[in-house]
Design a protein around this ligand. Structure first.
Ligand code: ADP
Ligand code: MG
Length: 606
């Protein structure tokens, strides 16, 4: 066995294995260098997703020929002037990117400082460097990377299709661009411009500049569905925007997290986001968040990971607490704001009617009929429905439980969710507000109310129970009865007093009073089914959302039950005072709102 020092190029290739995993990571390093160089404009060109060509051009400070030749050497950096790893003020500091890229690709760096008359370039290929050679060049730096990984075929084989590599590259640039709205970015891939982000004007409100850049990256929808976050604790500052829970998606890709201007993928931070949203989103749905954390340099270690994507906080608990608290607070402030996109989509689904008359059949109330009339397009498709309600209103108010409520104008003002005018399909409540209508999914809304009330009651010393006049014996199969019995103590805490009753049955003695009238046997059967899929290590409180969902399903307000006016209005009033009533436990909206002006647009009145 011979121990030897590895030749420098091999050392660089080993480093490259960590620093440049794929074209996107090389690109990220180069653009970070441009940002560190004080550029205000960065132009990127990629061919084949960066496999054959990556070019980054900036108008930053540039390098002298002497600096150029050193810059491509390992551990050469201008960014740690004080030798202090706790004092990192640039995105770079490890001095690894250029030599690493030079060891696996053909690298050309051309640069001219702000006060030089001309530029110079160096070439590094297969770890061998040449130059500096004079060359005409505008002020700033241009880095060209050709045939990445040609020198390490094993790595080349792991690259994905060019289109996939391009997606990674665009994502990396979008993240950097979000943190630096004052810098203009363009990205051209195979001759087609993929990104064009002009520089924002930093004179204005910093929040606005950020939001503008964020919206141009994520899309305008985010701007419309986001709430601002701002919080501070000790020396740590958090700001940004987070999407309302109903504006969610199936993966966590739309979570943009930054620490001191550095895009990070950090488990602690992602975990904190998940915790803040856990009451509002199903496990497989993810929110949109853009969050910037400013932490004193001395309280955060960015030297954890070669690609600098992870960080370590001195006081992780403090950071997590700040994040979870600020996000929950922002979501509560958003109140029952549901996603506008959902309403937008619903509006899109409204089509002009076919002239059919909504008449006869069913317990449709006068108000509902009026509603139906208002929502119908005129026969010729262009007449403006100015004239008064025609004869179809001969339809008398019928079922007594659907009698329209007496509406006092002032009610609209004090009640954001308006006054119930009708129930349709035994599932949706239609209410009139001061400037539009609201359609409530009564089941989803009720489920949310049950959940929020359970939570509050649990926190305030227990759930109020109601003793059943006649205890209800529910027959089950043996394993189901055993599962219920085993959790009897936990159910009691949730207000459901149930005991084993022989081998295949249980007896229910008390119910949570907030449930109201409930179909007890089918509730117990469903709970038994739920338990079959609940991990034994989890407590019912951990799965409270699911348990409440099941409880709500069997109580009075479930879909398919007809409600009378006072019941409907009671539900609306409860929604208004319940936090997070705008979405159900799975992140779907509990109601949608159509503004009068949107309705008017449907009818060509505007
Ligand atoms: P690091 O960024 O960690 O310092 P790099 O290998 O990425 O290491 O870069 C080495 C050095 O080259 C930098 O410290 C910087 O001085 C110089 N440099 C790299 N890119 C640029 C650029 N676009 N403009 C000006 N200087 C640059
Ligand atoms: Mg660098």
């Amino acid at each position: 066995m011979t121990i030897r020092l590895l030749p420098p190029n091999l050392v660089n290739q080993i480093a490259a294995g960590e620093v440049v995993e794929r074209p996107a990571s090389a690109l990220k390093e180069l653009v970070e260098n441009s940002i560190d160089a004080g550029a205000t404009r960065i132009d990127i060109v990629l061919n084949d997703g960066g496999r054959s060509l990556i070019v980054v051009t900036d108008n930053g400070c540039g390098m002298t020929p002497q600096e150029l030749i050193v810059a491509v050497d390992r551990h050469a950096t201008s960014k740690l002037p004080s030798d202090d790893l706790l004092d990192i003020n640039y995105l770079g500091f490890r001095g690894e990117a250029l030599p690493a890229i030079g060891s696996v690709a053909r690298l050309t760096v051309t640069s001219r400082t702000q006060d030089a008359d001309s530029g110079w370039y160096v070439v590094v290929a297969g770890g061998r460097k040449d130059g500096p050679v004079p060359a005409p060049h505008p002020r700033g730096t241009r880095v060209e990377v050709r045939d990445i990984f040609y020198a390490t075929p094993a790595r080349l084989k792991f690259l994905k299709a060019s289109s996939t590599e391009l997606t990674y590259a665009v994502d990396a640039i979008e993240r950097l661009a979000m943190a630096h709205p004052d810098i203009a970015f363009t990205l051209t891939a195979d001759g087609k411009q993929r990104l064009n982000l002009p520089a924002g004007h930093m004179q204005g409100d910093l929040f606005d500049v950020h939001l503008e850049r964020i919206a141009s990256v994520i899309g305008k929808d985010f701007g419309a569905n986001a709430v601002p976050v701002a919080a501070e604790r000790e020396d740590i500052r958090l700001f940004g925007y987070i999407g309302v829970p109903t504006f969610n998606r199936g993966n966590a890709l739309a979570q943009y997290l930054f620490v001191n201007g550095r895009p990070v993928r950090d488990r602690l931070l992602h975990g904190a986001v998940r915790a803040a949203y856990q009451d509002f989103l199903a496990a497989n749905r993810h929110p949109y968040v853009v969050l910037f954390l400013e932490v004193p340099q001395r309280d955060v270690d960015v030297n954890v990971h070669p690609a600098k994507a992870e960080v370590r906080f001195r006081d992780a608990g403090l950071v997590r607490g700040l994040l979870v608290g600020a996000l929950k607070h922002a979501l509560a402030e958003a109140g029952h704001k549901a996603s506008t996109t959902v309403a937008g989509a619903a509006l899109g689904a409204f089509r002009p009617g076919d002239g059919r008359v909504f008449s006869g059949g069913g317990p449709i109330s006068y108000a509902a009929a009026q509603m139906a009339y208002t929502m119908q397009a005129p026969e010729d498709g262009q007449g403006l429905a100015e004239n008064e309600a025609p004869s179809l209103f001969a339809l008398a108010p019928s079922a007594p439980d659907a009698t329209p409520v007496q509406v006092v104008e002032a009610d609209y003002q004090s009640h954001p969710l308006g006054v119930a005018r009708a129930q349709v399909h035994e599932t949706y409540i239609v209410a009139q507000t001061s400037d539009g209508i609201v359609i409530v999914d009564q089941h989803a809304a009720h489920e949310r109310l049950v959940y929020e009330r359970m939570k509050t009651a649990l926190a305030n010393g227990g759930i109020h129970r109601q003793i059943l006049l006649i205890p209800e014996v529910v027959e089950l199969d043996e394993p189901s009865a055993a599962r219920i019995g085993a959790r009897a103590a936990e159910f009691a805490e949730l207000g459901l007093v149930v005991e084993p009753f022989g081998a295949g049955a249980v007896v229910v003695r008390e119910m949570p009073s907030l449930l109201g009238e409930t179909d007890v046997p089918s509730l117990i059967k469903d709970l038994a089914d739920d338990l079959a899929s609940v991990d034994e290590a989890l407590t019912l409180k951990d799965k409270l959302g699911d348990v409440c969902g099941t409880l709500a399903c069997h109580s009075a307000i479930r879909a398919g039950r007809r409600l009378n006016g006072p019941e409907m209005n009671a539900l609306l009033r409860q929604m208004e005072v319940t936090p997070h009533a705008g979405q159900c436990n799975h992140g779907r909206p509990t109601y949608v709102e159509l503004k009068l002006k949107d309705i008017e647009r449907l009818f060509g009145r505007r």
